[in-house]
Design a protein around this ligand. Structure first.
Ligand SMILES: [Zn+2]
Ligand SMILES: [Zn+2]
Length: 466
């Protein structure tokens, strides 16, 4: 029998075929952000290497050793960061140019295609499936009903399913996937602040001096343009920050250097106060801030065994649950509903008078996964030993379980994270590519506690059915 015939039939809901939006904001940002990064790198490289390193310190001052000590490690970090960046950027490259092909091969950025069918023996193992107990399939965009292995998500921006999808990142115009590109992603985010510190460290003092001298010039009574700026009350229109920054920009354009300053260095950009050095230093600080924010948010979800999307969906789900409850409370005038649910904000509201759109959204955002538990793996005595029968019965009564030939389909509990390996370091090792994430059949290691709980619940169901 064809493996796909054992899969689910085409279903409605979030995986149902929807026309793909032609214009997506992430695709646009993904084209703009790499260009901004490239522009910044060219500007910073010119300033650090040519103006400051070569013209000012080498040609003017003859400092060979200190220039080498600054530029060699800076270049090393730059190349490592560039390698990490290209490894992600090229991973979805559809470019047919030979140089892109060469780079993609060199960096090992090509990724294997997802298998279209589940392994033929999936019924013999604990296997993530849909609510009906069949291997999940994806019908969106070009996926065409292919099998959707565990921890695979459809990226709407790329129009295809990705294994271990963490998120679609506009910085790279590509997907961050565990464990394919997540190591490069984390390396890049760590290297950006290091590169900033190493490469721009000698610029900090100069940038500060330029900023200060221009500011003094901005406040100078002889500076006609600045006098006009400060006298004009319309310059308050953008708020006090804009008034000061604008005053500074006006002064920087009219800053007149003395001839002594010009001849002191081969580099005018270093010797004469101007806006370039302060702009490169402050915008670099902005990029470092974004990189650090991304690094900490990624680490916090990855160390909990969750992807960024998992984390965001959980938050969105609990927000939606609360909003549905609020709507219901206001319409029925019953305030007990909300109070009674505070202990378990992730729990789905009971359907009833819930509008279809709410139910569909809750279903789409729900962090609950379904697992096929084969009867052959259940040892009734051993499985239920550590569990309280009442607790298991409570799970069975409260959830949609289905007993089928050869196995039982069980949902996870709301607080369970089946692919969380239990400790932060094991989860991080997996995201850093230091341990194997999935086997050759795209099966990920299940949390031992979740696996034991699933087996115990299945054993209890078997016991009760006798
Ligand atoms: Zn994508
Ligand atoms: Zn898909």
């Amino acid at each position: 029998m064809d493996a796909l015939e054992r899969c689910s039939q085409r279903e409605g809901g979030s995986d149902a075929k929807r026309p793909r939006r032609k214009w997506r904001i992430n695709n646009l940002i993904g084209k703009v952000v790499p260009l901004i990064l490239l522009t910044y790198i060219v500007a910073a490289y010119k300033l650090v290497v040519i103006e400051h390193g070569y013209k000012d310190r080498y040609k003017t001052r003859g400092q060979v050793l200190s220039v080498l000590l600054h530029l060699l490690p800076a270049h090393l970090i730059f190349l490592l960061a560039l390698r990490a960046y290209l490894h992600i950027y090229l991973s979805h490259s559809s470019s047919s140019s030979s140089s892109a092909h060469f780079l993609t091969r060199l960096l090992g950025a090509r990724r294997p295609a997802l298998p279209k069918y589940p392994p033929s023996d999936w019924r013999n193992r604990i296997f993530e499936c849909d609510a009906a107990g069949r291997p999940s399939r994806c019908w969106r965009d070009a996926c065409n009903g292919n099998w959707k292995p565990p921890r695979t998500r459809h990226c709407g921006d790329c129009g295809t399913c990705r294994a271990g999808l963490d998120h679609h990142c506009p910085w790279f115009d590509a997907d961050v996937q565990i464990p394919l590109t997540s190591p490069s992603f984390l390396h890049f985010l760590i290297l950006v602040p290091l590169l900033y510190l190493f490469a721009l460290f000698p610029m900090f003092g100069i940038a500060w001096r330029h900023t200060r001298l221009i500011w003094i010039w901005a406040c100078d009574v002889d500076n006609v343009q600045s006098r006009e700026w400060w006298a004009n009350k319309w310059t308050w229109m953008g708020g006090p920050v804009w008034r000061w920054v604008g005053g500074w920009i006006v002064a920087s354009r009219s800053y007149t250097a003395t001839s002594a300053q010009i001849t002191s260095s081969h580099s005018k950009l270093v010797a004469i106060p101007n806006w370039t050095m302060p702009l490169v230093v402050t915008s670099g600080a902005g990029l470092v801030f974004i990189a650090l924010a991304l690094l900490f948010s990624s680490l916090s979800s990855l160390m909990q065994g969750q992807t960024t999307i998992d984390m965001e969906r959980r938050k969105a789900y609990s927000r939606h649950v609360r909003s549905v409850e609020r709507k219901r409370t206001t319409s029925s005038g019953d305030s007990a509903g909300v109070r009674g649910r505070e202990d378990d904000s992730l729990a789905a509201p009971h359907s009833g008078a819930m509008p279809d759109t709410d139910e569909e959204t809750l279903r789409r955002l729900s962090p609950i996964l379904y697992f096929w538990v084969p009867l052959a793996l259940i040892d009734e005595e051993k499985s239920t030993n550590d569990y309280d029968a009442d607790q298991l019965d409570h799970h069975i009564d409260a959830q949609h379980v289905s007993v089928q030939e050869g196995g039982i389909v069980l949902p996870t509990l709301l607080q369970e994270r089946p692919y969380d390996l239990g400790d932060a370091w094991s989860n991080l090792k997996l995201a850093l590519g230091m341990s194997k994430a999935s086997d050759e059949d795209e099966q990920w290691t299940l949390d031992a506690l979740v696996e034991a709980r699933l087996k115990a619940t299945a054993a209890r169901i078997l016991h009760k059915s006798r």
